[in-house]
Design a protein around this ligand. Structure first.
Ligand code: FES
Length: 106
């Protein structure tokens, strides 16, 4: 499943993520900077925060309450586009997903 991570300076990382893993793991396992994932994917740290590309914001499964709460701790969350990558499952439906890494996480 192809996922593209984009740094604030425009550097792109095209990753082939395993179905069943998470968008956070796809970054971590492929050396994408800025997605620290301090809590290891437990939805408890907000360091895996990204801005989903505008074209994708409505195409992902909605946030659950826990993700919503934790996003309050992320740097400059955006009500439409902010997500925690550890809460986005890699499925064939998200092939081609583009996410933007927040400036403060680099
Ligand atoms: Fe900690 Fe996602 S890895 S909230």
């Amino acid at each position: 499943v192809k996922i593209t991570y984009v740094e604030p300076d425009g550097t792109r990382y095209d990753v082939d993520a395993q179905p069943g893993s998470t968008v956070m793991e796809g970054a971590r396992d492929n050396g994408v900077p800025g997605i620290e994932a301090d809590c290891g994917g437990a939805c408890a740290c907000a360091t895996c925060h990204v801005y989903v590309d505008a074209a994708w914001a409505d195409r992902l499964p909605p946030r659950e309450a826990m993700e919503e709460d934790m996003l309050d701790f992320a740097w400059e969350p955006d009500p439409q586009r902010s997500r925690l990558t550890c809460q986005i499952k890699v499925t064939p439906e998200i092939d081609g997903l583009i996410v933007h890494i927040p400036e403060k996480q680099i």
